[in-house]
Design a binder for this molecule. Sequence first.
Ligand code: FAD
Ligand code: SIN
Length: 550
Amino acid sequence: MTGRQTGKDYRVNDADFLLIGSGIGGLTFALKVAEYGRVSIITKKNDEESSTNYAQGGIAAVISPDDSFRSHIDDTLSAGAGLCKPDVVETVIKEGPNCIRQLQDWGVNFTRTEKQVDHDLALGREGGHSHNRIVYSSDRTGTEVERALLDQVRKHPNIQVYPHHCALDLIVSVSSGTGKYKRCCRGAYVLDSQTGNIEAFTAKIILLATGGCGHVYLHTSNPSIATGDGIAMAYRAGAVVANLEFMQFHPTTLYHPEARSFLISEAVRGFGGILLTRSGERFMEKYHSSKELAPRDIVARAIDRELKLSGDSHVFLDLTHLRAEDVKQRFPYIYQRCNEHKIDITVEPIPVVPAAHYMCGGVKTNLQGHTSIRGLYATGEVAHTGLHGANRLASNSLLEALVLSNRAAQSAARLLEQMPTPPVNLPRWRREWQEDQEEWVLISHDRVEIQRLMWDYVGIVRSNHRLARAGRRLKFIAGEVEDFYQRARLTDEIVELRNIVQVAQLIVRAAALRKESRGLHYTTDFPEAKPDLAKDTILRRRAGLNVIPL
Ligand code: FAD
Ligand code: SIN
């Protein structure tokens, strides 16, 4: 079958602010800028489908009088292994408590306690934190945050949400002048997945809030939307991306054939859960004085090593020494989900393995969330602000998304009037396509091949040899995918595959450039950190490629 994608249904949607993504980053930004203009939010599945919706542990913030900004800052810097930007760390942490209050004002119900007299929020503990400072909503914090933010957004007359709209590429104009910014973002081409039409969305301000890229790897805690689209689109448009070698592996996802991506929150270890080998040995004390509450990179590497030593497929997270009623009350969702898979966590240990969880690098922004392309902001997991350095501290991600989205919104509201009117003479998106179902079936296998080779060669432990091998194979697959993309009738799956291979290549390049081990990047060829290499890995596509001229 052949055809033309677009044609008579092609239309331009214009707004003041175009937001790509409806997780905590996009929704927070939307609520703050909506008083300054019309807001369009495009999101590729249902409104609520996002990593935000699955967050369990909570949001780190200094709430307790026993805690201090200094302590949270020091814990963040220590996890970040010399790559955090101190000014960003200080700003995010100091602005955190106000953002928690703002969420409460928007209707988020956090779990409360009657025990403490100075504040009424219950505070949990997670790895790398020296105080109890995790604000949570039972063990489904993200679902509660997403619900409340979406409730506010749906009520707002200035905000229009477009579900099942998948952004393909940014629309960028290029100037030959000598100003700070050579490129200016004007909008995005978007696939309406339900009709198959391509539409153009234009705006004065564009926000990327597309979340992470866990699906570049075979095993991940992330929902299926996390295919790195924002990083890939920004890179293709010529934006600076940074530190993509720092993929964080969460130590404990459920080891079960039907629920391989289900997260067992770090808060479970904070509550007293201990890690055991299959033979029942507690092993974390061999690796770090904080044992199960060591920073995540250390726990994930320790599990990886124990599995390699024993040849086992998984380790166990044991809660059976804790009171069953306390466990059920604190983790009702984890209890229920494990029960569905015939694991009663109050009487038997939970089989667990590490999985790709969080991308610490991303599209480089300043403290206002602005990228290297004028008018283009990025917040949440897609962004690289400098908060996390070489390793993110648990529950600092939702915090970063909140603080930076607030700051980005303030900056965007100021920039709005200075931005040029969105273009009307857009180049038409015309695409002749030929449907070859058989070829798509073959190409779709590339997705699993990429994920498997990233898992095997670019995972928790890397080497020069493994990275070179992954790079060679990815180059070949990328060629095949791009060739197919140029000829195919576009669907979400093809768009995602193109982005997955793009981001996989960027991760391999960044990892190969870092000739040391630091934080989440561990290579057997350079097992130590080198003080003179404590700097960001910057990647940028050469000028002129894939930019849509206006
Ligand atoms: P997301 O919430 O992932 O939203 C991304 C949005 O972009 C989605 O709406 C998606 O559909 C849309 N999108 C993507 N690509 C496109 C495209 N091409 N076109 C249109 N729309 C697109 N962090 C913490 O701080 N504390 C926790 O307790 C915690 N627990 C976690 C538990 C799990 C299981 C996971 C996966 C992550 C957890 N994290 C946690 C990390 C945190 O949830 C995420 O980093 C954060 O929610 C990211 O928010 P975001 O707004 O950047 O992206
Ligand atoms: C978790 O609940 O373990 C996830 C916390 C996080 O990723 O910050």
